[in-house]
Design a protein around this ligand. Structure first.
Ligand SMILES: Cc1cc2nc3c(=O)[nH]c(=O)nc-3n(C[C@H](O)[C@H](O)[C@H](O)COP(=O)(O)OP(=O)(O)OC[C@H]3O[C@@H](n4cnc5c(N)ncnc54)[C@H](O)[C@@H]3O)c2cc1C
Length: 453
């Protein structure tokens, strides 16, 4: 490569990024960092950690968390994206060892043609392995496979206090459990061993079924979970407790479809004016979306990317919400408390601040993989709200009341504003996590919800 190493080329490219560009996916809050480290090799991490002040650092993946859990306002980030090498693979077992900046998209690109798929995937493939572990992300197969962390067999962690530590269920099990869903606070994950799963190919036998109440969603979910590996629903949240929606379900297919190349859609070039998304445009979109899928029900063979990642086809779709950004609200409420979910939907409908991306899923009963894992038995609802200042925050506070009274929880990966009291109610074990925190690590989220310095 004309006398220049790949590493030095990468270094040159990375220098151009100003620190202000390190935002989260919701683009709220707008945070400025004091400094961003961009290591190209794992062996640069010990130096960064050794010279850091207490509470000054936080690892950063692809910033696909919506709120402030990947931000460290006024302090420093370690951008892990250049730590992106696949270090080993066992073709007999499907075990892959990769550095933490490898993305789920990279794994699919390399291993799907060889017949291996991700054990769990969130609704975007543009997530790093480090980020997927640190939030212990879940997908449409939670009822079968649990969370991403349940498929991590071992990981290497750089810590300022104890150097490089190997963690697994057998070796340093406490640190292993704390690092899964550890919000980047236990140290920097250098690499992880992930168990991939065998599939016949990139095709999914998919179906879409319309439903007209939360009870009928629950009936469909219970009936489908035994037969389908992947289940999730989209909701029209303008109907309040009389909601309607589309239940999507699917299995990996042995059949081959026609087009095997992923389709890339448009890229939003800049933030749209705030008025572009309002109750009328969202209502119209929801009605259109419902009728298209309700008419289209029945089984079809679709590529994995359109089944798992419909949003990835519009690059930078987060700019749709305008310059002020948006908030995602993802809660889980106990399954026997359908009234709580009805009340949440009622409050949203009454506010007129509907969301066109409203997703509902019944979690399974898998035990939590991490000390602070969010996924737990119950119904999880995720909605997006354009950030319109106090009226938006007021609505979300009123939803918090319902979640708290129901014994539910909010998801840190999506949060930019939950109170310390709601965090405590959501994660009552958080104090037993504190001894595992690396002394050099902190985040905007953590300081907010624990009122730490
Ligand atoms: C369109 C979309 C759909 C989504 N769907 C889902 C879904 O279905 N289910 C779900 O669970 N989530 C979902 N998410 C959220 C997303 O999966 C998580 O927020 C994920 O953690 C983001 O990973 P990231 O690589 O962007 O990490 P970041 O957002 O940059 O960071 C996330 C956390 O990981 C930590 N971290 C990053 N790298 C390392 C490292 N090397 N060592 C230690 N800690 C590290 C950071 O400190 C931070 O705490 C979705 C997000 C989007 C944008």
């Amino acid at each position: 490569m004309s006398g220049q190493s790949a590493a030095s080329l990468q270094k040159k490219r990375a220098v151009a990024l100003p620190t202000e560009q390190y935002l989260s996916w919701g683009r709220y809050p707008k945070t400025v960092h004091q400094h961003v480290h961009r290591p190209a090799w794992n062996d640069q991490l010990p130096d960064i950690l050794r010279t850091a002040a207490p509470g000054s650092l936080l690892p950063y993946g692809l910033g696909r968390s919506y709120g402030d859990s990947c931000l460290n306002a006024g302090r420093e980030l370690i951008d892990c994206r250049r730590l992106n090498r696949i270090l080993g693979f066992d073709p007999d077992t499907g075990m892959v060892r990769c550095e933490s900046g490898v993305t789920l998209s990279d794994i699919l690109e390399v291993f799907l043609p060889k017949g291996w798929f991700l054990p769990v995937t969130p609704g975007t493939r543009f997530v790093t392995v480090g980020g997927a572990i640190a939030n212990d992300v879940h997908g449409k197969n939670h009822h079968r496979a649990g969370t991403f962390g349940a498929h991590v067999r071992q990981l290497g962690l750089h810590r300022s206090s104890d150097g490089f530590v190997i963690c697994s269920p057998d070796e340093n099990p406490r640190m292993f459990q704390a690092t899964i869903a550890g919000l980047g606070l236990t140290g920097v994950i250098a690499w992880a061993d992930i168990q991939l799963k065998r599939v016949a190919g990139p095709w999914i036998d998919a179906g879409a079924v319309p439903f007209h109440s939360l009870q009928s969603f629950l009936d469909l979910s219970r009936e489908s979970d035994g037969r389908f590996e992947y289940t999730v629903a989209w909701l029209d949240c303008f109907g309040g407790r009389n909601t309607r929606g589309i239940f999507f379900r699917g299995n990996h297919s042995e059949q081959r479809g026609q087009n095997s190349r992923p389709k890339w859609g448009p890229k939003l070039p800049f933030a749209l004016p705030a008025v572009a998304l309002n109750r009328y445009t969202i209502k119209a979109f929801n009605s259109f979306y419902y009728h298209v899928h309700a008419a289209d029900q029945g089984a079809s063979l679709v590529r994995y990317d359109s089944f798992f990642y419909p949003l990835d086809s519009i690059r930078q779709w987060n700019l749709l919400y305008g310059k002020s950004g948006f908030l995602q609200y993802q809660c889980v409420v106990p399954e026997n408390n359908l009234e709580a979910l009805e009340e949440i939907l009622d409050r949203i409908a009454r506010s007129g601040m509907g969301s066109f991306l409203a997703v509902l899923k019944q979690f399974g009963s898998a035990p939590p993989a991490g000390l602070l894992s969010f996924a737990r038995p119950g119904l999880t609802l995720a909605l997006d709200f354009a950030m319109r200042g106090e009226p938006t925050l007021q609505l979300l506070r009123s939803l918090d009341e319902v979640v708290r009274q129901s014994g539910g929880a909010l998801y840190p990966a999506k949060d930019a504003r939950m109170s310390p009291a709601l965090f405590e109610a959501s994660f009552p074990r958080w104090r037993s996590f504190v001894p595992c925190i690396d002394p050099t690590m902190s985040s905007s989220f953590w300081r907010r919800v624990t009122e730490a310095e």
